[in-house]
Write a protein that binds this ligand. Structure first.
Ligand code: C2E
Ligand code: CA
Ligand code: CA
Length: 730
């Protein structure tokens, strides 16, 4: 995911960069074009200015020459001139024409005769001047050609100057020459005017020598217009360079191209940045979106886990309690009513114990389908744990309506469910509580539905009960009783009764079963049915059992003194068998009481044995090693197959009294008892019939060769003292 985004962002970065480069290139091109145009325009303007400069210069020089010619013509026409006239003309000429510094009259013999000068040093210079042979040549040439001759440049008082010679007349009318000294700088300056006004500088070279300049030094990059001016062939041509002043250059060659280029670069850069940041933002938002959605997913999963049972995927205890709580709160305003069902599967533990937890789990997993067939979609079904479920039914429901619904549910439960090779039939018990009649809050509602459930179980399971005042009372009683049993334990209000067991072959008493009684307040004797369940639930059974066993051993030893062959039978509950110190405690009781282990028989029900098969096997093997014998109590009522008997060291089977009760009237029961007896014989296990109440029952049992009997027909459970008397009186 991330790599993909990374790749994407890399690609779009590249694209952004390419586009930016194109923008930049376009900007540079435009800048280049503008710059080129500017240069072209400048070259054109320069050309124009160069041409104008050339014309101006040519015109000025021509004017000067025309003036000189006109002067000489006048003098020729006048047949020469007087000194005074000449001087006046010369002074006027010098004055009129800017840059003309001096004027001489040179005679036929090439001698300066008159001079009119702006500076006084000219007299001497003229003499020197005429001594130059070059000048004599030039004068001769002028005389011959009848045109003005120009000299080269001379340095005069640190300034460039040239000389011009004009012949006056020819042949016999030849009078001499007009010679003028022209200061180049002044002459051209005048013609061109101020460069600041024209906007252009001019520089002139003659034979590579700078002859004139009105501007700063030329740099290589300067924009130039070059033209030549050739006034007189033998002095060589003058080269003029015209170039713009800084101001003009600044006007035409502007910074616009740079501006365009820089702007383009900035735009490209910003464009790139924008694209990048946009891309980055997109990437970030995508990343955030996935991050958030992942977080949400985790959050959702956590929430789901917190509120649901992982096995059945039904809402769990946490969810349903919260849910009912909010319903109660909402109902306080809207007076909404609802119903709570507390469901418990009957003997579900036995499925787990006999068929394994995997089968039990599979069974539980199938339940939601079953629930959904009976309950509506706005009912909420939750698993409270184990095989307990709570259903929330919204709206007001009459008792008959609920009864119909619950019956339908119980009926649907009974439908056999196939799991692996097993076909399992379930039943359930249901407790019902209505809001608001049966509780003001979730705790009350659930505990009252649970109390109703107890009642349904009491009534034989596979049924339901609606919470009422009787149940309320029972629930209250139950809580009170638990408290009372704790004090009973502390006050040692328990006592063992003993019920004798007889051999059928000779009607001799062979031993007695120890049965617990509660002497409440040392008055009323209460039978175990009323409290043994609670002792197990509260685990009080453990300390009480150990104490009672030790006490019974003490007592029974007195009997053994008279009849050493008797045995004492003691009931062991599942809680006790699971107790980690079981073996240690039993051994220490033997050690403390000196009770012979082979005189003790432990009675365990099938349910107790299969609750933790490995532990049961281990403990029973260990105790039989000590000499203790093992009896299976309430045999025939359990779920387990008979084959498990082989796995335990069993000495005695106590056939449950429910079979014995109807043995004389119910043929099925008789058949079952016969089978159990036969099986005992096969396995070499002693069979005991419990609950024998009549002679008929006894006769049948005798006929079927049952080994031993126990029941009211012989003796009811009695206090030890009574048993002692019974034995010693014999
Ligand atoms: P159980 O182990 O099956 O004990 C036999 C029960 O049958 C006794 O009830 C006994 O009084 C009763 N009984 C004996 N002969 C007859 C008869 O002819 N007809 C009828 N209807 N009943 C007969 P009890 O003493 O009320 O004990 C009930 C159950 O409480 C016992 O059933 C046993 O499961 C449990 N129990 C009693 N004492 C202890 C004890 O010390 N420890 C444990 N763990 N459980 C005990
Ligand atoms: Ca028993
Ligand atoms: Ca029994």
């Amino acid at each position: 995911m991330n790599a993909h985004y990374q790749q994407n962002i890399k690609q779009s970065k590249l694209t952004a960069m390419m586009i930016s480069l194109v923008i930049l290139a376009i900007a540079v091109c435009i800048a280049f074009y503008v710059r080129n145009s500017q240069t072209q325009v400048l070259q054109q303007i320069l050309g124009g200015h160069g041409d104008r400069t050339k014309i101006t210069l040519v015109n000025n020089i021509n004017d000067l020459m025309a003036d000189m010619r006109a002067m000489s013509k006048r003098w020729v026409n006048d047949n020469g001139t007087t000194e005074a006239n000449w001087r006046a003309d010369a002074a006027d000429f010098n004055q009129r024409i800017e840059g003309v510094n001096a004027m001489w009259m040179v005679d036929k013999e090439f001698k300066c005769i008159w001079l009119v000068s702006v500076s006084s040093s000219s007299v001497q210079r003229c003499k020197n001047f005429m001594s130059e042979p070059d000048h004599v040549v030039k004068l001769s040439k002028a005389k011959e050609s009848q045109t003005i001759e120009f000299t080269e440049i001379y340095d005069v008082d640190g300034q460039n100057a040239i000389y011009m010679f004009q012949p006056i007349g020819k042949d016999e009318n030849f009078f001499g020459f007009i010679a003028i000294e022209v200061k180049v700088q002044m002459f051209i300056d005048y013609a061109l005017g101020n460069p600041v006004n024209s906007g252009y500088y001019t520089k002139a070279y003659n034979k590579e020598k700078v002859a004139y300049s009105n501007g700063p030094e030329l740099s290589d990059s300067s924009y130039l217009h070059v033209f030549e001016l050739n006034m007189d062939a033998d002095t060589g041509s003058w080269v003029f360079k015209v170039y713009p002043t800084e101001a003009t250059l600044g006007l035409i060659i502007t910074t616009i191209p740079y501006f365009i280029a820089i702007t383009g670069a900035i735009i490209a850069f910003l464009f790139m940045l924008t694209l990048w940041s946009k891309q980055k933002a997109k990437y970030e938002s995508n990343r955030l979106a996935t991050e958030i959605s992942e977080k949400e997913k985790v959050q959702f999963e956590l929430e789901y886990l917190a509120n649901h049972d992982t096995l059945t995927h039904l809402p769990n205890r946490h969810y349903i309690t919260n849910f009912i709580e909010t319903r109660v709160k909402l109902s306080e305003q809207s007076q909404q009513k609802f119903t709570i069902l507390f469901i418990d599967l009957d003997h579900f533990k036995d499925i787990n114990d006999t068929l394994g937890h995997a089968v039990g789990d599979e069974m539980l997993k199938k339940l939601p389908i079953l629930f959904n067939k009976v309950f509506r979609h706005d009912d909420v079904i939750a698993r409270m744990g184990g095989d307990e479920f709570v259903v929330y039914l919204p709206g007001e429901m009459s008792e008959s309506h609920v009864a119909k619904m619950v019956k339908r549910f119980l009926k649907s439960l009974e439908y056999p469910i196939q799991i692996e090779e097993h076909l399992i039939r379930l039943t359930g018990s249901v407790g019902v509580a209505f809001y608001p009649q049966h509780g003001a809050n979730v705790t009350e509602l659930l505990s009252h539905a649970d109390a109703a459930l107890y009642r349904a179980k009491d009534e034989g399971r596979n049924t339901f009960a609606i919470y009422d005042s009787e149940i309320e009372q029972k629930a209250k009683d139950r809580i009170k009783l638990i408290g009372r049993l704790h004090t009973a334990n502390e006050n040692e209000e328990f006592e063992m009764y003993f019920q004798p067991r007889y051999s059928l072959s000779d009607n001799q008493m062979i031993g007695a079963e120890a049965l617990i009684r509660w002497k409440k307040n040392n008055e009323r004797v209460i039978e175990p049915a009323a409290f043994i369940g609670l002792l197990e639930e509260t685990s009080l059974i453990i300390p009480i059992s150990w104490r009672m066993l030790e006490h019974s051993c003490h007592q029974f030893l007195k009997l053994l003194a008279h009849h050493p062959g008797l045995f004492m039978s003691f009931n062991v509950s599942a809680k006790l068998l699971e107790h980690p110190d079981f073996l240690k405690n039993i051994q220490s009781i033997f050690a403390r009481t000196n009770f012979p282990p082979e005189r003790l028989e432990l009675e365990l029900t099938e349910q107790t044995l299969i609750q933790n098969v490995e532990n049961s096997q281990y403990i029973l093997n260990e105790v039989t090693q000590l000499g203790v014998s093992v009896a299976i109590d309430d045999f025939g009522t359990g779920y387990s197959s008979l084959s498990y008997l082989k796995n335990f060291p069993v000495d005695v089977l106590k056939i449950d009294k429910s079979f014995i009760q109807d043995i004389d009237s119910d043929n099925d029961d008789l058949e079952l008892v016969k089978t159990m007896i036969a099986m005992g014989k096969n396995l070499n296990i002693i069979t005991v019939a419990e609950g024998v109440e009549s002679e008929t029952q006894l006769k049948i049992l005798k006929h079927e060769l049952c080994d031993q009997v126990q029941g009211y027909f012989f003796k009811k459970p009695m206090r030890f003292y009574d048993l002692y008397r019974l034995i010693t009186d014999r």
